[in-house]
Design a protein around this ligand. Structure first.
Ligand code: NDP
Length: 289
């Protein structure tokens, strides 16, 4: 039976450590880290995410603010707000909650955020910095996944065979870049890959970021591997709504040495990494390093 990696416990611990550091740094800087979230429109899921982010930001001692704008907000109005926040010295992290209404070009808005305040880590400047190995604000979900892998396997991942399933800009590609930076031998597989199961069976570390319920089962997993399940899929089973990952937990956990559950694995790490990015941005912008 595998070790189940408890993302909730790890994230809670991390928030406690951050709260201590924030209290100390606040004395030096004379201010607390400021995180602001922009929400345009009434998307119910986005409202839940924004509320959770705000609550956890306050828990670690940040000044957390929200800008809730109506669905009818124009792109120009949104860009003007981003510009104002870029120039606000009390704000160290800016997050624009996606999706944006269809009349607004997401790329234009995300690219307008100051890369040094881009706590989602999606700005092309931060993507470029990650790819050439410069310090950057890292995308939250893959960064959180690396924390969990190190929690399970130790800090030295050098030489490990890692397979990332999925090649999206927000998870798969940055995940591969982060594992490469840890000196893993990295393979990315995707919907066009042949012999995908065979490739995964070679892996010491498997990261599944596909969006297909329970696609990865025990046959894909090498005995003793570390399996990180990024997927969040809502399915109906036995007449009930259920949240499952991209990994068939029941079978894969028979073979894996370490495995993340869904929910309670990677999910809680995403907000924790958002807070960590805000703290990093605060230290850099206030010269506290
Ligand atoms: P995308 O849909 O953007 O990317 C999915 C990737 O999986 C694509 O690269 C696609 O390949 C690949 N893929 C699809 N079908 C197959 C298949 N049958 N075999 C192999 N590869 C396949 O998804 P995201 O990266 O945004 O998200 C992935 C999952 O992670 C989702 O379930 C999402 O909900 C979850 N997620 C969870 C987060 C968290 O906080 N825990 C945060 C973000 C995402 P191709 O490129 O060839 O089409």
């Amino acid at each position: 039976m595998s070790n189940i990696i408890d993302g909730n416990a790890y994230a809670t611990n991390l928030r406690q450590t951050m709260a201590g550091e924030v209290a100390e740094l606040q004395q030096k800087a004379g201010k607390a880290p400021g995180l602001t979230v922009i929400l345009v429109g009434e998307d119910p899921a986005s409202q839940v995410y924004v509320r959770k982010k705000g609550e956890q930001a306050k828990e670690v001692g940040f000044i957390s603010t929200e800008h809730r704008l109506p669905e009818t907000t124009s792109q120009e109005e949104l860009l003007a707000l981003v510009d104002q926040l870029n120039n606000d010295s009390e704000i160290h992290g800016i997050l624009c909650q996606l999706p944006l209404p269809s009349h607004i070009d997401e790329k234009t808005v995300l690219n307008a955020i100051d890369p040094d305040k881009d706590v989602d880590g999606f700005h092309p400047v931060n993507v470029g910095r990650l790819s050439i190995g410069e310090e950057s604000l890292l995308p939250c979900t893959p960064h959180g996944s690396v924390h969990l892998i190190k929690h399970a396997l130790g800090d030295n991942l050098s030489g490990k065979n890692a397979v990332v399933i999925g090649r999206s800009n927000i998870v798969g590609k940055p995940m591969a870049a982060l594992l490469l930076a840890e000196s893993c031998t990295v393979t990315i597989v995707h919907s066009r890959t042949q012999n995908i199961e065979e490739i995964c069976r070679q892996a010491d570390i498997v990261v599944a970021a596909v969006g297909r319920p329970e696609m990865v089962n025990a046959d894909w997993i090498k005995e003793g591997a570390c399996v990180i399940d990024v997927g969040i899929n809502r399915i109906q089973r036995d007449g009930k709504n259920k949240l499952v990952g991209d990994v068939d937990f029941a079978s894969a956990s028979e073979k894996a040495a370490h495995i993340t559950p869904v929910p309670g694995g990677v999910g809680p790490m995403t907000i924790a990494m958002l807070l960590l990015n805000t703290l990093t941005a605060f230290k850099r912008l206030e010269n506290l390093n």
